[in-house]
Ligand binder design. Structure first.
Ligand SMILES: N[C@@H](CCC(=O)N[C@@H](CS)C(=O)NCC(=O)O)C(=O)O
Length: 212
């Protein structure tokens, strides 16, 4: 079956999409039409029982969870240098950032984008969203402090973790205090945006400026 990425523009699928273009791999994009709730269709649930985007098909492998897909792609294509080699000290830092980004800000974004899922009384949703926004602000502040004075998250250079951070910074562009306004994060996003593979992924998804 080759490599197929199930995506929706700008969703978590953007990370593996940018990676596939960095790699220069052959792949097909398959739109999961959220307007028709296709992520909850019987066909899609066979691929991801959680009903969430993305899914990657890589030959016989069917994979869900963005971070797992990203780490899989980095391992499958070591020549693209999207992760430090296994055994290198920086590899552990790479794991740290991938797990932190998926487990902390990405997970928190569920409460920001889907506050209704977190309340019994719909009237409480705006307060839940506002509180998630505040927690995200604090999380991005801590990430920014660790990024200060360096170009990329890892001392060894650019990696998939930078693409992940860029995607999360982008998601916050409508927050009261967008993460791009925290200086190292805005500059970091600009560096990521300058990469031709990233521009190509955004264009292919029909995403126009402002990107972050
Ligand atoms: N932990 C999952 C979360 C994926 C996720 O929340 N995807 C969102 C889009 S960014 C989604 O599918 N939303 C539609 C829905 O929940 O119905 C992952 O990283 O793959």
């Amino acid at each position: 079956m080759g490599t197929v990425l199930y995506y929706y523009p700008g969703n978590a699928s953007l990370l593996p999409h940018m990676m596939l273009r960095e790699i220069g791999a052959e792949f097909a994009l398959r739109l999961v039409d959220r307007a028709k709730s296709e992520q909850k269709s019987a066909e899609y649930l066979r691929l991801n029982p959680n009903g969430r985007i993305p899914v990657l098909i890589d030959g016989d492998l069917v994979l869900f969870e963005t971070a797992a897909i990203a780490m899989h792609l980095a391992d499958r294509h070591p020549e693209a240098r999207l992760a430090p080699p296994v055994g290198a000290a920086e590899r552990s830092e790479f794991y740290k950032w991938m797990v932190h980004l998926t487990n902390t800000p990405q997970a928190e974004y569920r409460a920001w984008f889907y506050p209704d899922e977190h309340v019994a009384d719909p009237a409480a949703a705006p307060a839940v969203k506002a509180a998630a926004g505040k927690r995200l602000e604090a999380m991005f502040g801590r990430i920014a402090a660790q990024l200060a004075g360096r170009e990329w998250l890892l001392a060894s250079g650019f990696s998939a973790a930078d693409l992940f951070l860029f995607m999360l910074v982008r998601w916050g562009r409508a927050m009261p205090k967008p993460p791009r306004e925290i200086a190292p994060l805005g500059a970091h996003a600009a560096r990521v945006l300058a990469r031709p593979a990233v521009a190509a992924a955004l264009a292919a998804e029909g995403i126009a400026a402002p990107f972050v």
